[in-house]
Design a protein around this ligand. Structure first.
Ligand SMILES: Cc1cc2nc3c(=O)[nH]c(=O)nc-3n(C[C@H](O)[C@H](O)[C@H](O)COP(=O)(O)OP(=O)(O)OC[C@H]3O[C@@H](n4cnc5c(N)ncnc54)[C@H](O)[C@@H]3O)c2cc1C
Length: 737
């Protein structure tokens, strides 16, 4: 943007000069703004006019306090105060008879470039006004056009818009030819910001001198605004600690690599989380008050799948760390430790990396290619792997001799069962654990074609087992769950999909026993109702006496939960999120993931793995990398967002695999977003996104953007609060003055 301030006297046409140059700029395709302020409305009184021109739309309606250039129509106005705010290197175009050198030697102007034009003589010569009140604006327009590198023909043509012909055009052309430019102007390296004191106390409306008002109106305020980014609810809730608002902001700029880089600061598994995270951020998204939450999950997936970022490790540290378990917690811990320069070796009981992301979550939700791409980023950091090595408490003890620290991230290895009166081991695999079934399903090691399958449970394992059975060709799949839909721990969208795919869910229904009838099995169930809440806060299911019924089936899959197997740890040791196990072992043992917290999500496991890695790093280096979670009071909630400033926008949903293509196939159901337009729906709650409504609407013009921040001129802020009510996202607030 170019900003010009014009100083003249009433009757000389200063405001029209601003409009003439604006019209010429507009002809060249730029946005423009031109207006004047007047003191006493009489001929000869000082007048200022302002001109802005920009390639972008202009929203700032305030006076110009820091112009790029000055035009002075009347030599009698030349005084130090009119230089107020002029940017170093700016032009001062003076209407006077003398040469620029007459002024150039003076210290107060030695950071500016000076040009002079005898516009008065030119105006009189061409019959514009009188010698007493000459109309010098068109001559100065010609001179200014030359200095600013404008096309003279555009300027002269713009006169037509105002009905100016003949003498005006001749005056402009003559001034273009005659303008005198300082012979030896200062070089950019010699520019210095001039400290020019504003004239104070002259007048109530002091703008005539080019300075802000003379009276410090800020003294009247008992409250004044302040600017500070707050906490977006999505960032606050994300268990992985992702800067959700930050990566969405990068995507609004189409900066996919930048978005991925932000995500990789906290989580090494964006392609995974972009597919399987329950979307805590979306549940808290303030945009839900309009057309629905931003599809953050889909955008994370997009960044993970399409971004290219080379992650690097810091210079090697001497300490070596053993990580037990290659699920999301262990992988996240290994990733962050490797990036901090530690030598890391992962010990994994299975033969591949990924934990339940590989052995539990089916391919139709998380294709192996996506998982492998994320994992490769971790192994490329030099993390070593030892497969098919199940660590027991004796082996763990050995690791503490060998390594400087151990991180145990073994997940939930104890499967919960229920006694249904049939030996699970001997019933020819007809009664299976959900996790076991899913692992066999992915290796094509189970055959359910044509079978009637009943799945017991209400979590992700139950839903995945049921949907996998359907894909493997089961005849009928039914889930029985002892509570209602509202209490189901499975991800709601997955439950919807299961129902849409044709799976029947019997709520308030609990299994009692399985009996064999030839090749068939009979599952006896009892009806339940909800009683008082239990320790988890969910209402306890209570048996309705005498309401038993039978479900004939070929196979029963039990998905009723898993628990931590703590036999790995030294006897009597207890894991804590605040400190490692240290007693009776040679090196500290940190827990991570479901083993430690039992939170049951990939995202939480990632966050926990990182937290533990940073805790471990602090112990070895003394450096605190762990940022304390923000105070909940700083979270911007929906009632603080100015929804009236936002337009409704349509949501961008992901394409999904048609139902007819799901049976018999493990092809991915959700197929991702086609681009990043969805990111533009982010309200950027609590984080300034430079919309500059505050600057635009401040009635006193006391707000200014400086880089990414807004600064206030408290001397002149009366504390009206307009900026606070115009701030769409609760970044500006009032505080005691
Ligand atoms: C079927 C299913 C579907 C799910 N769906 C989702 C979902 O959509 N979204 C979501 O967020 N969460 C989901 N979850 C939960 C999520 O997968 C887990 O919360 C998460 O994987 C826990 O991570 P972890 O690293 O703590 O443990 P795990 O992923 O269980 O990894 C533990 C690793 O340690 C290894 N290990 C165990 N014991 C030893 C030992 N003694 N020595 C060496 N290695 C050992 C295991 O082989 C495994 O690789 C699902 C879980 C299941 C079962």
């Amino acid at each position: 943007m170019i900003e010009i301030r014009i100083h003249g006297r009433g009757g000389q046409g200063g405001v029209t000069l601003a409009k003439l140059i604006a019209a010429a700029e507009h002809r060249e395709g730029r946005s423009v703004q031109a207006f004047g302020i007047y003191a006493a409305e009489r001929s000869g009184a000082p007048v200022q006019a302002f001109l802005r021109a920009d390639e972008e739309p202009i929203h700032n309606p305030n006076q110009i306090y820091e112009p790029d250039h000055l035009i002075v129509l009347d030599p009698t106005l030349i005084s130090p105060v009119i230089l107020s705010g002029l940017k170093p290197g700016g032009w001062i175009l003076l209407n006077c008879e003398t040469t620029p050198e007459h002024y150039a030697g003076q210290e107060r102007v030695n950071s500016f470039r000076i040009a002079t034009i005898d516009a008065t003589s030119i105006a009189v010569k061409h019959g514009l006004g009188s010698r007493t009140v000459p109309i010098v604006n068109t001559a100065l327009a010609g001179a200014a056009a030359r200095l600013l590198g404008m096309n003279l023909e555009s300027v002269v043509a713009a006169f037509e818009d105002f009905g100016f012909h003949g003498g005006n055009q001749l005056a402009a052309r003559e001034a273009w030819d005659e303008v005198r430019v300082q012979k030896d102007p200062p070089k950019p390296g010699e520019f210095k910001k001039q400290e020019i004191s504003h004239a104070r106390g002259h007048a109530f409306i002091g703008g005539n001198e080019g300075a802000p008002p003379a009276i410090h109106t800020g003294q009247w305020a008992n409250q004044q605004p302040a600017w500070e980014n707050a906490t977006p609810p999505c960032n606050f809730i994300c268990p992985a600690g992702n800067d959700v608002q930050g990566f969405l902001a990068a995507l609004t700029e189409e900066d996919v690599d930048g978005a991925l880089e932000i995500l990789l600061q906290t989580s090494p598994l964006p392609s995974v989380c972009g597919r399987v995270c329950p979307g805590f951020c979306m549940m808290q998204c303030n945009r839900s008050e309009l057309e629905g939450p931003v599809n953050v999950r889909g955008l994370e997936r997009y960044a993970g799948d399409h971004g290219e970022v080379q992650v690097t490790a810091a210079a090697g540290r001497p300490e070596q760390v053993a990580v037990i378990g290659a699920g999301p917690a262990g992988l996240s811990g290994a990733y962050h430790l490797a990036r901090l320069g530690y030598g890391v070796t992962i010990y994994e009981a299975g033969s591949e990396l990924g934990g339940l992301m590989r052995t539990g979550i089916p391919e139709y939700r998380l294709p192996r290619a996506a998982l492998d791409r994320d994992i490769e980023r971790i192994t490329r950091l030099g993390v070593k792997t030892v497969f098919n090595r199940r660590i027991d408490h004796r082996a763990l003890e050995e690791l503490t001799h060998e390594y400087d620290a151990v991180m145990a991230a073994t997940g939930l290895q104890r499967l919960t069962s229920i006694d249904l009166g049939l030996d699970l081991g001997t019933d020819q695999g007809r009664v299976l654990q959900g996790i076991e079934f899913l692992d066999k399903a992915r290796c094509s090691a189970v055959e359910v074609t044509g079978e009637d399958v009943v799945v017991v449970g209400g979590g992700n394992t139950a839903i995945d087992a049921a949907r996998s059975a359907l894909r493997l060709g089961a005849n009928e799949v039914r889930i029985i769950y002892r509570r209602t839909r509202d209490e189901m721990p499975a991800i709601p969208e997955e439950v919807d999909d299961a129902i849409d795919e044709g799976i029947q869910i019997d709520f308030l229904c609990s299994p009692v026993r399985i009996t064999r009838e030839g090749e068939k099995r009979q599952l006896s169930c009892q009806r339940m109702e909800l009683g008082e809440p239990d320790e988890s806060g969910r209402r306890r299911p209570v048996v309705i006496p005498g309401a038993e019924f039978e479900i004939p089936c070929d196979r029963v899959i039990l998905a009723v939960g898993q628990a931590a197997d703590l036999s790995l740890l030294p006897e009597g040791a207890e894991l804590s999120e605040d400190h490692p196990v240290e007693e009776t072992v040679d090196a500290p043992v940190y827990g991570a993931g479901d083993l430690l917290t039992n939170e049951g999500t990939v995202t939480a496991a990632i966050g926990c793995g990182r937290d533990m890695a940073l805790m471990l790093h602090e112990r070895f280096s003394g450096e605190k990398r762990y940022a304390d979670p923000p105070d909940e009071a700083t979270v911007v909630r929906a009632d603080q967002v100015r929804f009236q400033h936002f337009e409704m926008q349509h949501r961008h949903d992901e394409k999904v695999l048609p139902f007819e293509r799901r049976s018999g196939s493990f092809d991915e159901v959700r197929q991702g977003l086609e681009g990043v337009d969805e990111a533009r729906r982010c309200l950027s709650c609590g984080v300034c996104n430079s919309c500059d409504r505050c600057v635009t609407y401040c009635p006193d013009g006391v707000l200014k953007r400086v880089g990414k921040e807004i600064v206030f001129d408290y001397d002149y802020c009366k504390g009206c609060g307009v900026c606070v009510s115009e701030c769409s996202r609760a970044v500006i607030y009032m505080k005691t003055a």
